[in-house]
Structures are given as structure tokens and as C-alpha cells.
Design a binder for this molecule. Structure first.
Ligand code: HEC
Ligand code: HEC
Length: 381
């Protein structure tokens, strides 16, 4: 810097020098034209963009912009597009799932794999909060990935758990604190593989436990009464004895007792969150997490006339619809009817639609096959 007189008086400089030789100096030229033009253009585009797109914060909201565009709309459109693509691409698989029994899906490699792959996200959204992302369970929420089931690991038991929900019930058992203590020690001992005290065993046999947990302590899946002999705890806790004592003295799902253990599985069949095809896929998914009871090969409908499907005499509408109606009636008798079979039959009759009649018949035959495998009334879809 220097205060000497300007050695370049005619030059358009600011009089500001950066070195002692007074060579390096600051000039006062106008910026190039291209630069100014670019600057004006950007200034104008700021205004245009601000008017065209949502941009300006406005009393807790923002201006909507003339283009009526929003990133959320754009996202929703892309998601809808993707969904449409998926639906078209997988329409046949979804249809096959909706028309097959759970057993058939599990036994069909292609369908089973499809169901498992496409259900991971659904499980994550609806079930993982309680059961853990891999079905590994959480405090108070049972593991779904092992073969220790409260209510059963058959496809129909799993499906019933999801559709109807579950709520185990154990009343608080009347006994003294000493008795409860002895009984809790006994249960923990048996769970760890030891024999346990005679006093504990006597209490177990006489205090009403066997009615639900069975004399062998193996439990009863119809009641959700856990197996008490395997050392796997439904209510896992750091202090397992305290948890067992609490269960014995306060019961499970006893609304009047705030100390009672809570165990409520919501009924997804009654909610509109997931549809019936998704429930089927979820049942298969949970079954495949590792603990599902092995599915026997689907046999041809057994000779039992209750399960033997009526075969249409010809391809004519009258014959096909007659067969569909007869098979659907058998479905209803076996308590294994799919809800939309009836609707399909009605619509087919109204429109004289032979294709729909055939579809209804296939579905009714599948349901019969499912009934013959399950042997008992299972879930109705
Ligand atoms: C709000 C928490 C919660 C959510 C969400 C939930 N569950 Fe459950 N689930 C439970 C509880 C608690 C139980 C045990 C009920 C009992 O012990 O009476 C249970 C039990 C089950 C069982 C029976 C397990 C057995 O051992 O027999 C299955 C199967 C099951 N859930 C599947 C699912 C699926 C699939 C979803 C998602 C669609 C789901 N659950 C969502 C809390 C939940
Ligand atoms: C009315 C049926 C019923 C009776 C009687 C009953 N229980 Fe239970 N018990 C259940 C059910 C159902 C569960 C599991 C509930 C659930 O998870 O939803 C359970 C769970 C338990 C658990 C929790 C185990 C774990 O894995 O965390 C213990 C401990 C237990 N019972 C002990 C007893 C003892 C001891 C008696 C007798 C004094 C008894 N129960 C009597 C139905 C019964």
C-alpha cells in the first residue's frame, strides 16, 4: 500500500496499489457486458421462479405459485405410477394368491417366494413396531420367527391371529405370597431343565394352573396358554422371576388390575389397513419366518363327499354356474368360504358371464381343498 502520487494518472485506476513497485493496482473498469446480462437475467428469473413455484413463506404457510406444483404431488404421482406398474406386472401373481389357499401358496415355490418378497415392507409397516423387523419379538411382544407358538404355528392359526387378533387371558390366581414365591421358583427351575421342588409341583397341580397350562406344563394353544416347561418366556424380563411372580399374582389382560400383564394383538381383519390378499401374504410371510408348522402336500380332495368338488358337466354357463353354486354351498357347510365367491356367483348369474362363473367355481374348489386339509373350520376370507 502506498500514499504516493499516482504514477498512472490517465489510467482508470482506484489509486490503490498492492506492491511497493506500484505495478499491481486496482482498476475501475465496468464489468463485461456478458456478465451484466447474465446478472440481469438471473435477477429476473428469481422473480419468475418465485411467482411460478411455491416459494414465499406466507403466514405459517407459503405461496402456492402459478404452476400449482408441489414436490409432494410429484412424489405421489411417481409412487402412483410405480404402483400401477407393479400392479400390471404382478397382476397374475396377485390373482393367483387371491385364488389359492394358504397351503397351496406355501407349497408353490414361485408364489411363496413372491408372497414373502412383497410382504417384507407390509410387515415392516404394520407389525414390526411390536414384533420387531425380523419377527424377533420385543418386551411383551412375542417372537414370530421361532417355533414356540402361543396360539399355534399352522397357517390357519397364524392367519386367525392376524385376522381376529389375540388377547390371552389369565386371571390372577389366589394364593399366599409364600405360595406364589415357591411356585415361581418351581416354574423357573423346570424351565431351566431341573426337576423343581415337590412343594412347587404340588402347588402347580392344585392351584388351578393345569386347567390352562396342562398337567405337563406344555400349555394349550387353543387358549394361548404358554408352554411353561421350555424356558422360553413370553414376557421376557431382566428379572425373570419378578416377571413370573407378577404374572401369577396379577394375571394377564385383567383390565381392573393395573399391574396385570398386557398382551393384546390387534385384529387386522376388522381394520381397513390391510386387505384380505395382504393378510394371506402376511400369514405366509410369518409362517416362513422360520417357525411355521410344516405344510403337508395338498392332496386331491379326499374321498369324503363333504370335500369332493362337484364337476361341471359341460362348459355351458348353466352347468358351470350350477357346479359353482354346489361347491360354494359345500364351502359354507365347512365354514371355509371365501367371501367374494358368493358375490362372484351373483354377478355371474346377473350378467350370464361364463368366465366369471368359472372363476367362482375355481375359487370354491380351492376353498374346499383348503377345508379338507385343515379338517376343521378355518378362517373365512
Ligand atoms: C400393537 C402391537 C402389535 C402389532 C402392531 C401386531 N401385533 Fe401381533 N401380537 C401382539 C401381541 C401382544 C401378541 C400376543 C397376544 C397374546 O399374547 O395374547 C401378538 C401375537 C401375534 C401372533 C400369534 C403368535 C403366537 O405365538 O401364536 C401372530 C401370528 C401375530 N401376532 C402376527 C402379527 C402380524 C402379522 C402383525 C402385522 C400385521 C402383527 N402381529 C401386529 C402385538 C402386536
Ligand atoms: C384361564 C387360563 C389360565 C390359568 C388358570 C393359568 N394361566 Fe398362566 N397363562 C395363561 C395364558 C393364556 C398365558 C399367556 C397369555 C398371553 O401371552 O397372552 C399365561 C401365561 C403365564 C405365564 C407367563 C409365562 C411367560 O412365558 O412369560 C406364567 C408364568 C403363568 N401363566 C403361570 C401360571 C401359573 C403358575 C398358574 C397357576 C397358578 C397359571 N398360570 C394359571 C392362562 C392361564
Amino acid at each position: 500500500m502506498s500514499e504516493h502520487k499516482n504514477p498512472y494518472p490517465g489510467e482508470n485506476n482506484t489509486g490503490h496499489f498492492w506492491d511497493d513497485d506500484q505495478d499491481v493496482r486496482e482498476l475501475n473498469n465496468r464489468p463485461p457486458r456478458w456478465y451484466m446480462v447474465a446478472m440481469y437475467i438471473s435477477a429476473i428469473s428469481v422473480v419468475v421462479y418465485a411467482l411460478y413455484f411455491p416459494a414465499i413463506p406466507w403466514f405459517g404457510d407459503n405461496t402456492k405459485g402459478m404452476a400449482n406444483w408441489s414436490s409432494i404431488d410429484e412424489l405421489n404421482e411417481s409412487v402412483a405410477e410405480l404402483e400401477k406398474y407393479r400392479q400390471e406386472k404382478f397382476a397374475d401373481k396377485e390373482k393367483a394368491i387371491s385364488e389359492s389357499s394358504l397351503e397351496e401358496i406355501v407349497l408353490n415355490d414361485d408364489l411363496r417366494e413372491y408372497a414373502v418378497k412383497t410382504t417384507k415392507v407390509l410387515f415392516g409397516e404394520n407389525c414390526a413396531a411390536c414384533h420387531g423387523a425380523g419377527g424377533q419379538g420385543n418386551d411383551g411382544f412375542p417372537v414370530l420367527a421361532d417355533d414356540d407358538w402361543l396360539f399355534g404355528g399352522t397357517l390357519s392359526a397364524i392367519s386367525a391371529s392376524i385376522i381376529n387378533g389375540r388377547q390371552g387371558n389369565m386371571p390372577k390366581m389366589p394364593m399366599t405370597a409364600d405360595e406364589a414365591n415357591t411356585l415361581a421358583d418351581y416354574i423357573l427351575a423346570v424351565g431351566s431343565g431341573a426337576a423343581g421342588s415337590d412343594a412347587g409341583k404340588a402347588l402347580y397341580m392344585t392351584k388351578g394352573c393345569i386347567g390352562c397350562h396342562s398337567p405337563t406344563m406344555a400349555g394349550n394353544q387353543a387358549l394361548g396358554a404358554v408352554n411353561l416347561s421350555d424356558g422360553i418366556y413370553r414376557f421376557k424380563a431382566d428379572d425373570q422371576k419378578a416377571s413370573v411372580l407378577r404374572t401369577i399374582t396379577h394375571g394377564i389382560n385383567q383390565a381392573h388390575d393395573p399391574q396385570s400383564q398386557s398382551a393384546v394383538m390387534p385384529a387386522f381383519g376388522a381394520s381397513n389397513v390391510i386387505d384380505t390378499v395382504q393378510i394371506k401374504k402376511l400369514a405366509v410371510y410369518v409362517h416362513q419366518l422360520g417357525g411355521g408348522v410344516k405344510v403337508k402336500a395338498v392332496t386331491k380332495a379326499s374321498a369324503d363327499p363333504r370335500y369332493t368338488p362337484v364337476v361341471a358337466k359341460s362348459d355351458s354357463f348353466a352347468d358351470v354356474i350350477a357346479a359353482a353354486e354346489a361347491n360354494y354351498k359345500k364351502n359354507l357347510d365347512q365354514g371355509m368360504a371365501w367371501r367374494d365367491t358368493g358375490k362372484m356367483i351373483k354377478k355371474a348369474k346377473k350378467d350370464k358371464d361364463v368366465v366369471l362363473a368359472e372363476k367362482a367355481n375355481t375359487q370354491a374348489v380351492n376353498a374346499l381343498r383348503q377345508a379338507s386339509v385343515a379338517g376343521t373350520a378355518g378362517p373365512t376370507f
